[in-house]
Design a protein around this ligand. Structure first.
Ligand code: DX5
Ligand code: ZN
Length: 224
């Protein structure tokens, strides 16, 4: 079964812990936390304190904290996010001229290494880090905000990266983030993704969080 990673960015900021409970109660085993610095992306969210505040919730469910750093100079914050309880730390290839050094820093801090690429970044930019990464994150919107429309060309990028990971016999996760909904979930899994991030389709709309998770589950099983 593919992994669904609810993105807390779309939850009520005054109720992050309650919303994390609601999401994990519904079954997902990962929680996606979007860190934005107002420089790499034109939005600000939160830092390690919020990760630390959600860590006990994640542990209660044996869930993984999937922390997506949309920040410049991520090397300055790796240790703080690791100490806060991040299980996976994902940095952007566009923000890391010394990506290999940052990856080593993340491993040394005890986390898994994720590498993200923006919609305009060709997958070839990942070639030398691909054999080393634990997770590749394909951004399917321009990062910075939830609730944007899925960029269709992202599916081809997922297919391309899946072929490359298979050729390397890599077990790395291939995650898609941005505009993911029950409508496109199955096509992304067929393209080779195994982790789907979703914010507004989980925490938004008129239905409850558990009904929204159920909609993903149905989309991913009915069409198999
Ligand atoms: C966007 C973030 C995403 C965002 C996805 O910059 O990285 O994780 O929360 O939200 P939706 O699912 O609403 O596109
Ligand atoms: Zn994200």
């Amino acid at each position: 079964m593919p992994i669904l990673a609810p993105s807390i960015l779309a939850a009520d900021p005054g109720r992050y812990a309650d919303c994390a409970h609601e999401a994990l109660d519904a079954g997902p085993e990962w929680l996606h936390l979007d860190v934005m610095d107002g420089h790499f992306v034109p939005n600000l969210t939160f830092g390690p304190d919020v990760v630390a505040a959600l860590e006990p919730v994640a542990r209660e469910y044996d869930a993984r904290l999937d922390v997506h750093l949309m920040i410049e100079n991520p090397e300055d914050y790796v240790d703080a996010f690791a100490e806060a309880g991040a299980d996976i730390l994902t940095v952007h290839v566009e923000a890391c001229p010394h990506l290999h050094r940052v990856a080593q820093q993340i491993w040394n801090a005890g986390c898994e290494v994720g590498v993200a690429l923006n919609p305009a970044t060709p997958p070839g930019h990942l070639e030398s880090i691909l054999p080393l990464a634990d997770l590749i994150l394909v951004m399917s919107v321009n990062p910075g905000f939830g609730g944007q429309s899925f960029i269709r060309q992202s599916t081809d990028k997922v297919k391309h990266l899946r072929r490359q990971l298979n050729a390397l016999a890599s077990n790395a996760h291939l995650e898609v983030d941005g505009g993911v909904s029950p409508d496109n979930a199955m096509s992304l899994i067929r393209a080779g993704a195994d982790v789907l991030v979703s914010g507004s389709s989980i925490f938004g709309g008129d239905q409850s969080v558990s009904e929204n998770v159920e909609a993903f589950r149905n989309a991913l099983t009915l069409t198999v």
